[in-house]
Every structure is written in C-alpha cells, then in structure tokens.
Design a protein around this ligand. Structure first.
Ligand code: GLV
Length: 319
C-alpha cells in the first residue's frame, strides 16, 4: 500500500477508488488546507492528488520526500504546480482535460450573454428593490447575432465555446499556434487570424489560453486599447492572464464596453476597481462547477494517480 495525500475535499467516488488500493490521507474540510498542515501531511507521500488552491512547489516536494512519484491535479489548468521542479525531482504531473470542456464552455457562453444583455445588472436592480419600468430604451444591451467572437487559444474549450456561439448566430475568429484541423475549421466556418486582427475586429473576445509566465498580464492596457470600444472581454481561463487593474481602468473609461470574468488575479480577492462597475459581470470561478463535472474530474485524477502507482502510463501526463 502506498501513501496518497489528497489536498482537498473531492467527490466520494474518486476517494473510494483511491482508498480501495491505498492508504489515503485526505483533507475533508470544505475550506482549503493551511500550508503548514499540508507540508506536514505530505511527508512520506508516494502520490499527491491536488486541487488548484494548493501550491505544489519545490518546498512542498522536498517536504514530501524522494519517494514521491506523482502529483495529479484535479483541474485542467496546472499553473499551481511547479512542473520544472517536479521534473527535476522525477515527479510526474497529470491534469484532467476533456471532462470539463462542456461545463466551462457553458460558463463562457453564459458570461457572453450576461454581459452583452446586462443580466447581472438587471438582477441587481430587482434585488435592491429599485424602481424599474419596461421602456423602449430601458437597459438596452447589445445583440450578438451576426457579431464576431474572437477566441484566444482555440483548444478543446475554445472549440466548444465556438460551437455554442455559432448556434447564437455569431461568427468565429481565433488565434492558435497551428490552425484547427480542416473538419473543425469547416464546421465552425472560422477565421484563423493574428492576435492584433482578432482584437481589432471582434465584438466579444474570449480567453482560453493556459496561464504561464508567457501569458501573465497578456491582456494589459495596450491590448485592451486595441479592442473596439463596443467590444466585450470574457475570461474563463486564469485570472492573471488579465491585468485586472488595467481592465478596471479600461471599463471605467469605456475603452471597452464590458467584461465577464469567472477568474481573478488574486482569488478569492477581486480588484476593488471592478466591484462597483455595472459593465463587469463577476462570478466566483464556476467554470467546472457542476456535480457531474467535479465527479468526473476527481475520477480522472484518481485514474491518473492509480495508473502511476501501479507502474502504468497515466492518460493525462503534462510537461
Ligand atoms: C479549473 O479552473 C480547471 O483548470 O480545471
């Protein structure tokens, strides 16, 4: 039996599978584990199943010890893990692609609709019991029919968002190192463009790139200024891909029309400049937050961890 440390509360099905084969030490509280407690618990672990709220860095790997063989993240994004440090210590890293594609695309599409149609703003009026009245000019939004969605980072989630947007009558432009395969390109009738063209011509820009040092503050004041003043920015990727202070400033000065954000630079803290803005839709990192998706993510992380513990190739190795 190997020692498996699970750093946060995960759905019971995955935990049961891990427990059937190994000695599992799982944090079962809904609040994140403290760093101090985590450093204590990982000592002697052969495998770690991690959540994106836990930083897996060299200090933690050293605390675990040389027997540690793998870190399986219960997320598709793995910027919480120092992959080069894992590599240097021969620790394999896995993530959970695929199983959260549709749920995350649903949230991106929801944000597009919420921000263009001012849904959160309208809801706030009713909840605050402010006076309102149907009127020809009351709380008008912007139609998305016939408008261009620009997708930055056309991976699995980007494609799933594009499919939804097509059903709402949008046209698609995208950036990607290599163009889409011919069949998907044709299905989406999509334009493969350079970033500057995408920013200058899109009515909604949706971010789907991974977070890394290269994409830190990728959407900064300069890039935001390239967008149309009538355009909207949507971020369901990772918070620090956007310079939040620059975005708050751009929204305040109407450099762009609005933003829909599921992720933030310093979660759970949200830049205070955004909090009072009606043209910012702010939701608390709900991309993959369905019962079904979270169960599938935890299950895939367990599959990855168990494969490595059993000397097999894990399906979702990264790095
Ligand atoms: C969620 O944000 C994920 O990366 O899976």
């Amino acid at each position: 039996m190997s020692k498996v440390v699970v750093t946060g509360k995960i759905p019971s099905g995955a935990l049961t599978r891990l427990r059937a084969e190994h000695d599992v030490l799982a944090w079962e509280d809904s609040t994140p584990i403290s760093r101090e407690e985590l450093l204590k618990r990982v000592r002697g672990a052969d495998a770690i199943v991690s959540l994106l709220t836990e930083k897996i860095d060299d200090e933690l790997l050293a605390a675990a010890g040389v027997q540690l063989g793998s870190v399986s993240n219960v997320a598709v994004g793995y910027n919480n893990i120092d992959v080069p440090a894992c590599k240097a210590r021969s620790v394999l890293v896995t993530n959970t692609p695929g199983v959260l594609t549709e749920a995350t695309a649903d949230i991106a599409m929801s944000l597009i609709l919420m921000v263009t149609r001012r849904l959160a703003e309208g809801e706030r009026v009713i909840r605050a019991q402010q006076p309102w009245q149907w009127g020809m000019f009351y709380m008008l939004g912007s139609s998305i029919q016939g408008r261009q969605l620009g997708i930055v980072g056309m991976g699995q989630i980007g494609v799933a968002v594009a499919r939804r947007a097509r059903a709402f009558g949008m046209t698609i432009a995208y950036t990607k190192r290599t163009p889409l395969d011919a069949a998907t390109h044709k299905e989406l009738d999509a334009k493969h463009v350079e970033l500057d063209e995408l920013l200058a011509t899109s009515d909604v820009v949706s971010l789907h790139c991974p977070y890394s040092p290269e994409t830190h503050h990728f959407m900064n004041a300069t890039q935001l200024a390239k967008m149309k003043s009538s355009a909207y920015l949507v971020n369901t990727a990772r918070g620090p891909v956007v310079d939040e202070a620059a975005l708050a400033d751009a929204l305040q000065r109407n450099v762009i029309a609005g933003a829909g954000l599921d992720v933030f630079e310093k979660e759970p803290v949200v830049h205070e400049g955004l909090l009072g803005l009606d043209n910012a839709v702010l939701i608390p990192h709900l991309g993959s937050a369905t019962v079904e998706t979270r169960a599938a993510m935890a299950d895939l992380a367990a599959t990855n961890a168990l494969a490595i513990l059993n000397g097999k190739t894990a399906p979702n190795l990264v790095g």
